[in-house]
Design a protein around this ligand. Structure first.
Ligand code: ADE
Length: 352
């Protein structure tokens, strides 16, 4: 425990005015914080498939999938996506429906379109070689500061800091900033930049994200297991920005079926090409139930901040509709289905 006492005594906080205040730790503290985090990361890091390789393409795909999506939800999608598109060239030559079909269920489909678009640029204009710096990576479509820093540091060892929501919370707590103070992105970014380890920036950044995801939790953080407890100016729950209230939306969908066995078909409609969400993807037709009808079952499905509660009706036989199409159930897995559609079709046994 000597490290605790020693570091606490050495802690150096430089605070200026409230508006521009920034927290700096002395050089010795920063060195010790880096070492403590890297040691903790070595022993506690989760065994995740993208950590096995330094292939920038694989790391890029993982970081795009991990934006706004939990690790558990990414794992199987990541495996199937890389089995289908093992290289940037393979992704570049795929069709958009193929890419979206493998993204189906992850949500935020614009990410997949931009990744596909960027892969074409890398394949066609850069002879398949990924840019090696954060600055160059940012020139690719859909690659923002977060993804660029993650790929540059993890795959190429560039000492740039990654700041996602988890990292922001860790930094705010260590610095003792209020949630309002931590909203200043430049302040958080500058602080992150002073901490990132110049020798092992990829491990440092992943350690920060891992710490935020598994220890420095929004509620009831596990401070006793935290490598940065000696330096932390909050130690415990920290006021986090209030989440926007979840909206609820009720609607109804219908699974229209015809035929049997492998010849069975289901009626799907395609979302408009200019829809703001899930453009061009396929889904079940909406349904207006009569008062006497009751649904087969109800599913819940969250999309961004909306909780959808969907009554599902199942019908057999002929139906016509200009914008819909009969799709054989054997071809469903190759379609770019929305996550809700996939969930319902699995529930009724049309998909594995
Ligand atoms: N979240 C996003 N990318 C991550 C990574 N590489 N490690 C841990 N958590 C992450």
């Amino acid at each position: 425990m000597t490290a605790v006492v020693k570091s606490a005594a050495k802690r150096q906080v430089v605070a200026a005015s409230a508006a521009s205040s920034t927290v700096q730790f002395g050089a010795d503290d920063v060195r010790e914080m880096r070492a403590a985090l890297l040691k903790w990361y070595e022993t506690h890091k989760r065994d995740l498939p993208w950590r096995a390789a330094r292939d920038p393409y694989r790391i890029w795909v993982s970081e795009v999938m991990l934006q706004q999506t939990r690790v558990a939800a990414v794992l199987e999608h990541y495996r199937l996506f890389l089995a289908a598109f093992p290289t940037v060239q393979a992704l570049a030559t795929a069709s958009e429906p193929e890419v979206l079909a493998l993204w189906s269920g992850l949500g935020y489909y614009r990410r997949a379109r931009m990744l596909h678009h960027a892969a074409k640029m890398v394949a066609e204009e850069l002879a398949g070689a990924m840019p090696r710096t954060a600055e160059e990576l940012r020139a690719l479509p859909g690659v923002g500061a977060y993804t660029a820093a993650a790929v540059a540091s993890i795959a190429f060892g560039e000492p740039v800091a990654v700041v996602d929501g988890n990292v922001e919370r860790v930094l705010a707590r260590v610095a003792g900033w209020s949630a309002a103070e931590a909203r200043f992105a430049t302040r958080v970014g500058r602080f992150a930049g002073t901490l990132v380890d110049p020798e092992r920036p990829g491990d440092f950044n992943q350690g920060m994200m891992e710490l935020g995801a598994t220890v420095c939790l929004p509620r009831a953080p596990l401070c006793l297991g935290c490598p940065w407890q000696p330096w932390c100016r909050t130690r415990g729950e920290h006021a986090v920005p209030a989440r926007r209230a979840q909206q609820r939306q009720h609607s109804a969908r219908v699974v229209w079926l015809r035929g049997t066995g492998m010849r069975q078909q289901v009626r799907l409609v395609q979302r408009a090409a200019d829809a703001s969400l899930m453009a061009g993807m396929w889904e079940l037709p909406s349904y207006e139930a009569k008062a006497a009808e009751s649904p087969e079952f109800t599913v819940r499905h969250a999309i961004t901040v909306t909780n959808h509660i969907v009554d599902v009706y199942v019908r057999n036989g002929a139906v016509r509709g200009p914008e819909s199409e009969w799709v054989p159930v054997s071809e469903l897995s190759q379609r770019a289905l929305t996550g809700l559609t996939r969930k319902v079709l699995r529930r009724v046994g049309c998909m594995p």
